[in-house]
Design a protein around this ligand. Structure first.
Ligand code: SAH
Ligand code: SF4
Ligand code: F3S
Length: 445
């Protein structure tokens, strides 16, 4: 039997990227062939994101392109997966006639059946959220490589007032610890070198009495040549036990993504973030004490309703006092159905843009300065391959997730760890010279 060809285009966060691999895994078991471009596919699926208005606008633009494609190839099936499918449900089909399938994050097992409905001229719709679905038993489709994602929790129960995720991904649930370890074993056999454990709030992981620190501990010992990363940590639930676990294992990266969102307690309260700046700073201080050399990144929203110049200044102050290695910064975007949607979006577009630009500039300066401080220091780099810009150089990453470029050496293989002395740095990249291969995965303190 001839196989149907499927292509998935992925938007949004790493969890969506991981879900795309999961969906490919499901479809492969049903005799689908994965292709690398929409033009050669019978089924095109967009795995979508709803986090901000502009994320959805992009998808609408893309659906416009697929309309043209479908005119040329009438049998083509177009589907929308992910957060936007969950948020807009049948509205998407009513509004965009070219959409044949709408499937939310908890109904991917039904995709083969829903695609069949579409092939028979119907509309395939699956948008129920589940309290239990974790896709434990599905082996995601992954090409060979060094880096893999594993979702360890799905959904979110935090209900930050600005955020659409609890509505698009449903209630929080954890995947079984053993199924995660088994997946890491398979990845280890295939030569993977870096695994990122994913969840909207990994710190609330819980399975049969095991918490997130226990999970990390167990993951780290599967293969001591595999670096373990994780994201995202919510400041409310980050435990000392977790910090000690990171410090204890030389293959758990010294890197914590800890979104602060705002430097103002008043705004944090309105955001329903459930911590204040004092608590947040204590975590940072403790982490720096327990994990020498730990690096932090963050997320910040500019222009949340009622944000004043003083609130904005407080955000700048917190950035300057913590000195993050990196930050993802966004303009507030009101999302229907969330609590803050009911608040007046009273910070004008001009002010939002100005404040956003200010914090971007500040972060850029801090990132540059922090990278300068690394000149003359030794870093342990996982060699990822040749640099994109030149075959004369290798590119790799430090455990703090910084890109390092250093001279090619035929004795070094991709996937090995090397010590590199940093001799130059920009705000985004480090440059260095190799010393020797390293049996350690992070710099000893
Ligand atoms: N679970 C993660 C965040 C996931 S969404 C956490 O709690 O940190 C990623 C980031 O998008 C958020 O941290 C926030 O900074 C941003 N974001 C979410 N909703 C937004 C909105 N309505 N407008 C602007 N930025 C938003
Ligand atoms: Fe959204 Fe807050 Fe959950 Fe993060 S923790 S996904 S920001 S509701
Ligand atoms: Fe976007 Fe959904 Fe991720 S809204 S950020 S794809 S959880």
């Amino acid at each position: 039997m001839q196989k149907n060809k499927v292509f998935i285009e992925t938007y949004g966060c790493q969890m969506n990227a991981a879900d795309t691999e999961l969906v490919y895994g499901i479809l492969q078991n049903f005799n689908y062939e994965i292709v690398k471009e929409a033009a050669s596919a019978d089924v095109v699926l967009l795995n979508t994101c709803s986090i901000r208005e502009n994320a959805e606008q992009r998808i609408y633009g893309r659906l416009g392109n697929f309309k043209t494609m479908k005119n040329e190839k009438p049998g083509l099936i177009v589907g929308v997966l992910g957060c936007m499918a969950e948020r807009l449900r049948t509205d998407l089909i009513e509004e965009k006639k070219i959409v044949d399938i709408v499937v939310g994050p908890d109904e991917y097992r039904r995709l083969p059946e829903l695609i069949d409905i579409a092939f028979n001229g119907g509309k395939g719709i699956g948008v129920k959220l589940s309290r239990t679905e974790t896709y434990d038993d599905i082996i995601p489709y992954r090409e060979d490589g060094l880096q893999a994602w594993i979702s360890v929790t799905r959904g979110c129960d935090k209900f930050c007032s600005f955020c659409v995720v609890p509505f698009t991904r449903g209630r929080e649930r954890s995947r079984e610890l053993n199924s995660i370890l088994n997946e890491i074993k398979l990845l280890s056999e295939r030569g993977f070198r870096e695994i990122t454990l994913l969840g909207q709030n990994v710190n609330s992981y819980s399975d049969n009495g095991s918490d997130f620190a226990d999970l990390l501990d167990a993951c780290a010992v599967v293969d001591n040549k595999i670096r373990i990363r994780f994201t995202t940590s919510h400041p409310r639930d980050l435990s000392d036990k977790l910090l000690y676990t990171i410090a204890r294992h030389q293959n758990i990266c010294n890197y914590i993504h800890l979104p602060v969102q705002s430097g103002s307690d008043r705004i944090l309260e309105l955001m329903n973030r459930s911590y204040n700046i004092e608590h947040y700073l204590k975590i940072i201080e403790k982490a720096r004490e327990i994990i020498p050399g730990v690096s932090f990144s963050t997320d910040i929203i500019s222009g949340f309703p009622t944000e004043t110049e003083e609130d904005h200044e407080m955000t700048i102050n917190i950035m300057k006092s913590i000195r993050y290695d990196g930050a993802y910064m966004f303009k507030y975007s009101p999302r229907e159905g969330t609590k803050s949607f009911k608040m007046l979006d009273d910070v004008t577009e001009t002010i939002k843009s100005r404040r956003l630009q200010e914090i971007i500039d500040i972060q850029q300066k801090i990132s540059f300065e922090k990278n300068q401080e690394l000149i003359g220091k030794e870093e342990i780099v996982l060699v990822e391959g040749l640099s994109k810009k030149s075959d004369l150089f290798f590119a790799g990453r430090t455990d703090t997730n910084k890109v390092v470029i250093f001279p090619f050496d035929s004795k070094i293989k991709e996937g090995s760890y090397v010590k590199v002395i940093i001799n130059r740095a920009s705000s985004g990249t480090l440059f260095g010279a190799k010393k020797v291969e390293s049996s350690k995965l992070k710099v000893e303190s």
